[in-house]
Design a protein around this ligand. Sequence first.
Ligand SMILES: COc1nc(N)nc2c1ncn2[C@H]1C[C@H](O)[C@@H](COP(=O)(O)OP(=O)(O)OP(=O)(O)O)O1
Length: 163
Amino acid sequence: MVEKVGDVDWENWDPVVKATLLFVIQDGQVLLIHKKRGFGKGKINGPGGKLEAGETWQECAVRETEEELCIKAQGVEFAGELLFQFADMYSIHGFVYTATGYEGEPTETDEAAPIWCSIDDLPFEHMWEDDHIWFPYMLEGRPFTGRFIFDGDRMLDHVIELG
Ligand SMILES: COc1nc(N)nc2c1ncn2[C@H]1C[C@H](O)[C@@H](COP(=O)(O)OP(=O)(O)OP(=O)(O)O)O1
């Protein structure tokens, strides 16, 4: 069983899913979602989802945010890269983006409900376990690459590299 980051052959790693996350950060607050369906249902996360054929990672992040919250993110920048290997052999390669603003009004959809949270009081107890590791770097604007081993919801190991 895969338990440690070092157990994975990252050079030849072929993720099952490619996906994105996007966080609007404004006035000391970050726009999160309560995820209503799909992978991670019930958790608090950023808007995001699976990469579609022909789109860039950033286009995916912006499209998913529009689909989930009815807003068009503005001032979008790359923040970091996440590589998740699960013990059941599921795997996700993720790219994280930040945005400084948006057009429209954050609106609940059948996928997500918007939640504004203070960057000083983030609800990590309701988020994926990896988030508390890389969120501070994202908020600092420091690029990161994180590798994580999960067994279901439980994080078994991680390694983070900073740019
Ligand atoms: C394992 O740790 C994770 N941490 C964080 N912060 N986010 C994660 C983790 N694992 C997955 N995610 C994110 C990545 C994506 O944004 C979503 C999963 O996307 P989903 O499967 O819901 O993709 P959609 O295209 O929206 O779904 P549909 O196929 O149902 O439309 O979770």
